[in-house]
Design a protein around this ligand. Sequence first.
Ligand code: ZN
Ligand code: ZN
Length: 265
Amino acid sequence: MEFTFCPLFSGSSGNCLLACADDTRVLVDAGVSVRAVLGELAALGVAPDALSGILVTHEHSDHIRSVGALSRRFNLPVYASEGTWQAMEDKVQGVALRNRRAFCAGQDFFVGGLGVQPFSIPHDAADPVGFCLHYAGRKVAVATDLGCLQAGWLQAVSGAHALLIESNHDPDMLARGPYPAALKRRIRGRRGHLANEECARALEQLLPTGLRGVMLGHLSGENNLPELAYEAAHRALSALGARVGEDVSLEVARRDRRSSLLTVA
Ligand SMILES: [Zn+2]
Ligand SMILES: [Zn+2]
């Protein structure tokens, strides 16, 4: 029984994660170029036509850039909520009808041997979700583009053994940074992105539910530093008495290339 996951790219400029449960292999999002995805898959020894499908969180371009092209080229099923399908229809052209799969948040389904549990997240997209992935009694959660702390997604993610969670920005860097005021408001808003300290608060709630591996992801290139995200999470986990590196692993996912491969079972 092998259950692994690896963020191939994670950040405001593009997201793609590989999860493997024995011979079921899925991508969560494909928001970078086809070439970039294929390069990291090759480095991990995964043939693209051996993928079982692509799970899509929402229609923003940093999550869907190469979804259509990958599906077309390698005959891959694409799984998205009905609202996301409607919103991304014209951006992912060429997904054959047979490869179009729609789900509802809150309704579990299987891709091969992998249990998939989509859950709603507060974000300014049509019908955005995060995913919990279940295999061999283990649970991995992928939760990015989280506008704010909300009981719904915290409950869905709780009990995860490993987690990729958004730690998007440092509020001071965002306030001082070059973004236009409207965009700053959008990022800070309740349907925008999670700040480092908000992510740390989420980890405080999730650690006691069995969390053993944490990847901080979807960092902003302009409004955050990996050190700031790491320190906020480290402080929160340590304050609860967890020894980071022993009781729980903590890593900042890379924006521009693959991160460590995490083995869950
Ligand atoms: Zn988004
Ligand atoms: Zn995003």
